[in-house]
Every structure is written in structure tokens, then in C-alpha cells.
Ligand binder design. Structure first.
Ligand code: GLN
Length: 489
């Protein structure tokens, strides 16, 4: 039996009806990973506990126990701690680190019976937009292996697209779930800041980071979001609000809903395939009964500088902990003893971090230094606040914003990696949601002329995720999303 293009809901039904066991299903995906991933490079590590977990799930199914994901295999971005399974953040700095505990997100998935297949590749410390910054090598795009998978959750997106996991978890600090989802043709959901616990997730920029699902369908994204959301006493920024049953409440009729188009997004230069898919999306929401209105977000043009100021500043502080003393990479001092304390740190950090991570630590440290703090970090914070006000105003006029995820489809491997600024510009449409804390989702719409997937982005006000799932489902149905997998998968 083939499971590679089935949704989580379909797999759940097969397991519940005992048509297949979790061990059989898990083995199916492990076999696919073994035969197909060498070239794709989506996984950093496969879990040697997966079959044991599947066996336990089968026992529970036999005993009539319930779980929202009982026996369903999932893949986890290697930025989330997994007890007993190496967690690297795709960095030499953490190679060989085996955490003694799991991230709350992983705990929540496992407590509903999910089976962890393994850990997925990413840009080092989630810094990047193409997955080319990984210490373990780039992830290829399954639709065309000369192209990037997107980043930083490139492994999480490519694995779902290639049928190497039915659903995966990614993280999104400035677009890292939505952008690779769009590049690989899967659904990617970044929940409201504070919905999902960051406990046990290797920190990049704490005021922006949020975990969420990458999946084949919008309904699957809703279900996984339900499972991983909720208050956590280990993360004081999590919200105490109750978590709605989004997946059971999806309403595809958009009658009475207002969809806002951001004027400034369409004034920028969009690739013709992106424009074409946007036009289809606009037709589709109208067909589903929505009214389309225009809104303005003049400050969104500053999203990139503000984001890169905030993200690098927070990163420089978060990454100070990797000094090679308590944990993390330590240089070989037996061979060549340290000449001073500074030399000790310099060698550990100099050898353990890759060049993009170093660039960001330097940028952030500079922005936070006493002479420049007011001019850079403080100013960025002020614009961030004003941007949030503009979004709030926009949401007085509409229920959901619809726009592009990126200005172009996936680009070629190697094309942008030597120009950091060009790479950063790729995040122009995604970073605002993180700066403002609102939820955002990427839904596959169609293909470019070159055969690469193109997604559409939806954003709503904080804690109103339901409307994203509603509009996302309406789009998904009409876009006649391919059920097939890329050639060769
Ligand atoms: N591409 C953005 C960056 O490089 C976003 C990364 C992310 O969301 N983790 O910072």
C-alpha cells in the first residue's frame, strides 16, 4: 500500500480501521528515506527509536486507546530538542549533542501518539532562506534538484513534498516555514506568537521564533497546530487562551469575509508566475464568496531592515551561550593549548560556527553596542511598533490579508549564496508577520512555467487562525492541488 501522498487524516483512518499498523507505515517511510534521501538531503538523522514508538502506538490502538495522532509518523526540524536523539541546529557547534529532554512541541506530538521519524535539515541555527547554510549540506528541491528547497526549514518542506514524511514541524522567525513550503509546494503554517511553546527549541531570535507544521493539506496543518498549541509553564510568552478545534470548524464558504490585498505588495516587482498565481487566488476567493478590498501598509517596505536588526541583535545575545565550556564544540586544546582565555573562546566559536552565523553575531553585537543602540536597535523597535499599528488598522478593513510569499519561485542552488543582501531581500513579504506576532500561512497555488511550485500567503490578526484555515481550504479546493509527487518520488 502507498502512503506517500496521503494526508494525516487519511493515514489516521487507515490506522484506526486497522487496515495497516503503525509499524508497517513507519517502516514504509523509513525505507523511502533510505532509498530516496541520499540525494535530497532532507534528513540529518533518522531516529533509531521510530519502530519502537510505532510498536507502542500499535499496542495502544489494539487496546482501544485514543490519540489525535496515534501511530502517525512525523518529521521534526533539527532545531527542536529530542530526548535521546542528536539535535544539531545544522551546526558543527552542536554536532553530537544529545539532549536529555524534548521540546514541548515534540512532547505534545508524542503524547498524542505521533511517531518521530527523524530530524530534518535546516540552515545553521535557522539563519537563511535557501538551506545552503547547513553544516550538513544544502537540501535540494524535489521538483527540480538544481533548485533550492528554501529555508530555513528546507528539510521539513522537501520531506513532505517528496513523500518522506506525511507531516513535519518547522520553525519560522522571518518566514522559515512559509517560504520553503511555497518553494516545495506544501502547506506551511506559522501560528500567532505565543500560541506554541518555544521551550526546547534552539533559540534564534526569541521575540520572533515560532514553530508550526508543514503538511500536504490545510486541514492537516489545522490539526497539527491544535496539537502543538497551548500554554506551557516552561515558556512565559505562551498564551493562556484556549486552543480552538480549528480542523473541525473549517468553513470553506467565504460569504461575508473580506480579503485584503496590500497595495504596496503589488507595486513591487513580482515574477510573472507569482503574479499569475496571485491573480488566480484573487479569482478563487471571490468565487468562494469573499469581498476583495485594498489596504495599505506603507511601513512594510522597512520590514527587511527592521527584521535583520531585531533578529541579529537577539541572535547575538542567544548565541553567546555557545562558548565550548558547558556544551557545544570545543577545539582540540590537547594538540595546541590555548594561549589565553580569549584565544580559548575564539577557537571554539571560530571553528564551531559557520560564516552566516558569524556575520549575524557581528551585526547584532554592533547594533546592540552602547554607542549605536539608540540609532539601530531602539529605532528598529519603534518602527516595529508602528508597523503593528498599521497591521491593526488594516485588519479593521478586512479579515485576512492575501499576498505573495516571495517575489520569485525557488532560485537555483548557488545563485544567491555569495550575496547576503540579495538573500535577505527574499524575506520581504514574510518578516512582517513575525515582527507583528500575527499568524501566517502559505498555501500551494500552482506551478511556474519552469515547473516549480508557487504559494500564496495569508495573514490574519493575532489569535484568529481559523480564518486562515477557512480561506486556505477554499483556495486549496479550487487550485486543484496536485495529488501527485515530483518525478522520481
Ligand atoms: N530567512 C530569514 C533569515 O534568514 C528567516 C529565517 C527563519 O525564519 N528562521 O533570518
Amino acid at each position: 500500500m502507498e502512503f506517500k501522498n496521503k494526508s494525516v487524516f487519511e493515514l489516521k483512518e487507515l490506522l484506526e480501521k486497522k487496515t495497516v499498523t503503525s509499524v508497517e507505515m513507519t517502516k514504509y517511510f523509513l525505507d523511502r528515506i533510505e532509498s530516496l534521501d541520499q540525494d535530497l538531503n532532507a534528513y540529518i538523522q533518522v531516529s533509531d527509536k521510530a519502530l519502537d514508538e510505532a510498536k507502542k502506538a500499535d499496542d495502544k490502538i489494539q487496546a482501544g486507546e485514543k490519540g489525535r495522532l496515534l501511530g502517525v509518523p512525523v518529521g521534526i526540524k533539527d532545531l527542536l530538542c529530542t530526548r535521546g536523539i542528536q539535535t544539531t541546529a545544522a551546526s558543527k557547534m552542536l554536532e553530537g549533542f544529545v539532549p536529555p529532554y524534548s521540546a514541548t512541541v515534540v512532547e505534545k506530538l508524542q503524547s498524542e501518539g505521533a511517531v518521530v521519524l527523524g530530524k530534518l535539515n535546516l540552515d545553521e541555527f535557522a539563519m537563511g532562506s535557501s538551506n545552503e547554510n547547513s553544516y550538513f549540506g544544502a537540501v535540494k528541491n524535489p521538483w527540480n534538484k538544481e533548485y533550492v528547497s528554501g529555508g530555513s526549514s528546507g528539510g521539513s518542506a522537501a520531506a513532505v513534498a517528496a513523500g518522506l514524511a506525511p507531516v513535519t514541524i518547522g520553525t519560522d522567525t522571518g518566514g522559515s516555514i512559509r517560504q520553503p513550503a511555497s518553494f516545495c509546494g506544501v502547506v506551511g503554517m506559522k501560528p500567532t506568537y505565543g500560541r506554541v511553546s518555544r521551550y526546547g527549541i534552539v533559540a534564534f531570535a526569541s521575540s520572533l521564533d515560532q514553530a508550526g507544521p508543514l503538511s500536504r493539506t490545510v486541514k492537516d496543518a489545522a490539526l497539527i497546530s491544535e496539537v502543538i498549541s497551548g500554554f506551557d509553564e516552561n515558556d512565559s510568552t505562551t498564551s493562556e487562551r484556549s486552543v480552538p478545534q480549528w480542523s473541525a470548524s473549517i468553513n470553506e464558504s467565504l460569504k461575508g469575509k473580506k480579503v485584503g490585498l496590500v497595495k504596496e505588495y503589488f507595486e513591487s516587482k513580482l515574477h510573472e508566475s507569482v503574479q499569475e498565481q496571485m491573480d488566480r487566488a484573487i479569482e478563487f476567493v471571490k468565487e468562494a464568496g469573499a469581498e476583495v478590498v485594498e489596504v495599505s501598509l506603507s511601513l512594510s517596505r522597512l520590514a527587511i531592515p527592521v527584521y535583520y536588526m531585531v533578529a541579529t541583535s537577539e541572535a547575538s545575545s542567544n548565541l553567546a551561550r555557545y562558548d565550548g565550556v558547558r556544551y557545544g564544540y570545543r577545539s582540540n586544546f590537547d594538540e595546541k593549548p590555548a594561549s589565553s582565555l580569549d584565544d580559548f573562546y575564539e577557537r571554539n566559536r571560530g571553528e564551531g560556527f559557520g560564516s552566516e552565523v558569524k556575520r549575524r553575531i557581528m551585526l547584532g553585537t554592533y547594533a546592540l553596542s552602547s554607542g549605536y543602540y539608540d540609532a539601530y536597535y531602539k529605532k528598529a523597535g519603534q518602527i516595529r511598533r508602528l508597523l503593528a499599528e498599521q497591521f491593526q488598522k488594516a485588519f479593521e478593513k478586512c479579515d485576512v490579508l492575501m499576498g505573495p510569499v516571495t517575489a520569485t519561485p525557488a532560485f537555483k542552488l548557488g545563485d544567491r549564496i555569495s550575496d547576503p543582501l540579495e538573500m535577505y531581500l527574499n524575506d520581504i513579504f514574510t518578516t512582517s508577520a513575525n515582527l507583528v506576532g500575527i499568524p501566517g500561512m502559505s498555501v500551494p497555488m500552482g506551478f511556474s512555467k519552469e515547473g516549480l511550485p508557487v504559494g500564496v500567503q495569508l495573514m490574519s490578526s493575532s489569535f484568529s487562525e481559523q480564518v486562515l484555515f477557512d480561506v486556505g481550504s477554499a483556495l486549496e479546493q479550487r487550485a486543484d492541488i496536485w495529488k501527485g509527487l515530483p518525478n522520481g518520488y
